[in-house]
Design a protein around this ligand. Structure first.
Ligand code: IMP
Length: 183
């Protein structure tokens, strides 16, 4: 499939191809459909990066389900992982089977906060589905039920992941050149 722009000197390496991502979306969707038959299934994602994966994933799950969105912002400074909800879910989740759909989990601090926040609303079940997992960087242990790919500790863009707000619309993920990220 055509991409909005070709890999260039901005990217040093293709990490996961569009074909591999789409194949994995299908597998994850099929697994979720088997596990969640006859349940009140809610897919919850965190704006903005998770939207791309959510849109593909929900169409790969052959079940009636609902989607909802949350936005958080990190506190600058001395409280790593402490985030503030800046857009809450529209619907209550008490008694529902909730899957938090994430683009990437790095240290896990952000998601840990979100899971604690959602758990307090008493869903029947609360699971995590992430497309990419930098598991080597994990600081807090998280219950990840569905995982697309484990990836190395590199800054990647595409499939919802951005650098300074750009590149979310790539169908693949690529490692950014160090000259660009400065990392
Ligand atoms: P965590 O709290 O350290 O797990 O941070 C997770 C968030 O960091 C993700 O939701 C992304 O917004 C961002 N992030 C982590 N690694 C990358 C990356 O390689 N590219 C783009 N964003 C990233």
């Amino acid at each position: 499939m055509a991409t909005p722009f070709a890999p260039s000197e901005l990217f040093s390496r293709l990490v996961v191809t569009e074909d591999d991502i789409q194949r994995r979306v299908g597998e994850l969707g099929a697994a979720i459909a088997v596990d969640h038959r006859a349940s009140d299934l809610r897919l919850v994602t965190v704006l903005r990066g998770g939207v791309f994966f959510l849109a593909d994933l929900c169409r790969a799950i052959d079940l009636p389900l609902q989607v909802d969105f949350l936005a958080v912002s990190s506190y600058a400074g001395d409280a790593p992982g402490r985030v503030r909800v800046v857009k809450d879910l529209d619907d209550a989740i008490a008694g529902a089977n909730v899957i938090v759909v994430e683009d990437i989990i790095d240290t896990g601090l952000t998601l840990n906060y979100i899971l604690n926040n959602l758990r307090a609303r008493q869903p029947a079940t609360l699971e995590v589905c992430t497309m990419f997992d930098k598991d080597i960087r994990r600081i807090v242990d998280l219950p990840i039920t569905y995982r697309g790919f484990s990836i190395p500790d590199r800054y990647v863009v595409g499939y919802g992941l951005d650098h300074a707000g750009r590149f979310r619309n790539l169908g693949y993920i690529a490692e950014m050149s160090r000259e660009v990220t400065g990392l």
